[in-house]
Design a protein around this ligand. Structure first.
Ligand code: MLC
Ligand code: AMP
Length: 518
């Protein structure tokens, strides 16, 4: 079943109910969302964007982003969201790798993206701004400006008036709905294909486990281009027919302002770390909140405790990944253990595999987390070898190392993969090393994550120079030119050589140990 049809079937019967409350107080209704998505679907049709093609969206967070997401689903195309801070070079890679049929970019980057689209093989290019502007919205009419719900009204067209746009394209559960890029140790991002059925399984599991209700108000401060903000937060809220306060980005001050009106908040550990340090984060302010959920990176026990002390609320930590959606969660009702990611989500099977033998790890021992279930993605796009490595007898290897306690709760104790998680954003060392190694005067580089109170891990470059005069500033400048800012090293260290293990691979664990001591 097309995920859009499934979601629409869960929308409140009273379509005038608010789906999004903007920070400026404007409310947009479920009726608006249905109609706006139909209008965008029609616009893609008019642009002759091929059916089933991948549509890349590099647009700032706003209500129209959600409408475009639904438009892509309902028209049977595949949604590929991209971080707005990606450079032109990064976007070009995705367009080529995913054979993108349409790129929707921010209006102010349209000129820059014209060249990118051409180099990538002439995908269509449209733009969409946060105020209903841009070439995609032009044909569609500025519906945002015209919808002043709760009464609604004044929209450019009624959803039921267009048979073509009202019907969602028929899709089977295993057909692709969303393509999300993630990486392995190779450094080249791979497109993880999530089907209509995968996403539905994930949001149904969350709906049930976290007791979603149509009168929930989600305070949404996460980006919409990752599964956390897109599926765990926004799509599950749509599944419940709930309302979202859609903040353009996380800002602790603004979050504090909207907490009293909200019932659910989700964040990465950095957000909780920052909120726990705010004087205005009081029990009274959180009195309506029924759920503070956290994930994407490990939540430290001190941050868990500090937040509890201030807010009187116990954070519910959960664990998941792009390829699989949510895997485990602490319970809504029951004990939430600090430092633990809880028990398997409904329908998800989890096992711990001994890394050497690939058999079940002994009870109480650390093993690689392997998972199975309807939520697990269908594979990486055009990467037969990666798919071969990723699956064993139908189990997906997460690359995370975990332990299970006597109560069946899991905790993540490390990663088998080379990965830095900074503020909940994944940075793949090989991708950054590749850029740094090409800087004149750099002989070789190694990217590691060092502990950071705020970001969890800080991207750190350890460099061997071939020319002694190459400076940290020059390296930073080169990184900035090619990589999104969050991937750029915040700390640069120079060494005479990199430690290597018996296999000749850089020993990153040793590097981390030596710089952690400093
Ligand atoms: C922003 N910056 C970062 C950064 N985010 N640097 C390192 N790591 C990050 N995560 C940089 C900016 O480029 C800028 O640099 C400077 O920090 C300030 O920018 P900002 O926009 O003010 O940043 P800030 O508000 O501080 O953002 C931090 C943050 C944000 C934690 C709020 O990164 C965020 O929203 N993270 C959530 C990521 C997320 O959704 N992850 C889910 C992945 S899904 P400069 O130099 O240009 O000024 C997943 C699966 C699962 O993992 O289980 O959920
Ligand atoms: P991504 O590829 O961006 O989806 O990131 C997924 C990875 O984030 C997982 O494989 C874990 O390494 C990490 N992760 C997500 N949630 C948690 C958590 N609660 N604790 C520790 N690590 C987590």
């Amino acid at each position: 079943m097309n995920l859009f049809d499934y979601l629409r079937g869960q929308f409140p019967l009273d379509r005038e109910r608010g789906v999004v409350v903007n920070p400026d107080g404007d409310q947009l209704s479920y009726r608006w969302l249905g109609e706006r998505s139909a209008v965008f679907a029609d616009a893609m049709e008019r642009e002759a964007v091929a059916e089933s093609s991948v549509v890349a969206v590099q647009v700032d967070k706003c209500p129209d982003f959600l409408a475009l997401y639904l438009a892509i689903l309902r028209s049977g195309r595949v949604f590929l969201p991209l971080n707005p801070t990606y450079t032109a070079a990064e976007v070009e890679y995705f367009l080529k790798d995913a054979h993108v049929g349409l790129l929707v970019c921010q209006p102010e980057r349209a000129a820059e993206m014209q060249g990118v689209v051409k180099r990538a093989g002439n995908a269509h290019l449209l733009s969409l701004g946060t105020r209903g502007d841009g070439t995609l919205a032009e044909g569609a009419g500025r519906a945002i400006a015209q919808d002043r719900s709760p009464a609604g009204g004044g929209l450019v067209k009624d959803e039921s008036s267009s048979a073509s746009s009202n019907a969602a394209a028929p899709r089977d559960d295993d057909q692709p709905a969303v393509l999300l890029y993630t990486s392995g140790t190779t450094g080249k991002p791979k497109g993880a294909m999530l089907s209509h059925g995968n996403v539905r399984a994930m949001i149904d599991g969350l709906h049930e486990s976290w007791g979603w209700r149509s009168d929930d108000v989600l305070l949404h401060a996460l980006p919409l281009f990752h599964i956390h903000g897109l599926f765990v937060a926004a799509t599950t809220a749509l599944r419940a027919g709930a309302t979202m306060i859609l903040l353009p980005r996380f800002d602790a001050e603004v979050v504090l302002e909207y907490l009293p009106r909200s019932t659910v908040f989700m964040g990465v550990p950095t957000m909780y770390h920052r909120l726990a340090r705010e004087e205005r984060m009081t029990r009274e302010r959180c009195s309506r909140i029924r759920l503070f959920a956290c994930g994407s990176a490990p939540l430290s026990v001190p941050d868990f405790a500090a937040f509890q002390e201030r807010s009187g609320c116990t954070i519910l930590e959960r664990y998941g990944m792009t390829e699989t959606g949510m895997l485990t969660s602490n319970p809504l009702v029951g004990v939430r253990k600090p430092g633990s990611v809880g028990i398997p989500m409904p329908g998800v099977e989890v096992m711990l595999a001994d890394q050497a033998t690939l058999n079940l790890a002994a009870e109480g021992e650390v093993g690689e987390i392997w998972v199975r279930g309807p939520n697990v993605f269908t594979g990486y796009l055009d990467r037969p070898e990666a798919n071969e490595d990723a699956f064993v007898d139908g189990w997906f290897r997460t690359g995370d190392l975990g332990r299970r306690d006597a109560d069946g709760y899991y905790s993540i104790v490390g990663r088998a993969r080379d990965l830095v998680i900074s503020g909940g954003l994944n940075v793949y060392p090989a991708e950054v090393e590749w850029v740094l190694d090409s800087v004149e005067g750099v002989e070789e580089s190694a990217i590691i994550g060092l502990p950071d109170d705020d970001l969890g891990e800080r991207v750190t470059a350890v460099i061997v120079r071939s020319h002694p005069e190459v400076s940290a500033a020059a390296i930073t400048q080169a990184a900035r030119a090619q990589l999104a800012p969050y991937k750029c090293p915040r700390q640069i260290e120079f060494v005479s050589s990199l430690p290597r293990n018996a296999m000749g691979k850089v020993d990153k664990a040793q590097l981390r140990r030596s710089f952690e001591k400093i």
